[in-house]
Design a protein around this ligand. Structure first.
Ligand SMILES: [Zn+2]
Length: 59
């Protein structure tokens, strides 16, 4: 990853753990098309534990 590349790190809560490859591919494609993000890092969590990085207000 270079310093000029636009990157994004996101934590995603998803109850299902199957078929993640497909949804990750679709998300990465959309992030690139809509926001020009070339290097997304997507972490999938099941929501069993509340994430420490979670803001007070959920979107
Ligand atoms: Zn998290």
């Amino acid at each position: 990853m270079s310093t000029t590349e636009t990157a994004l790190t996101v934590h995603l809560i998803r109850s299902k753990m199957e078929d993640n490859d497909d949804i990750l591919h679709q998300i990465a494609k959309k992030l690139h098309e809509q926001f020009g993000i070339e290097h997304p890092t997507i972490q999938i969590e099941k929501g069993t534990f509340s994430c420490k990085l979670q803001p007070d207000h959920k979107i």
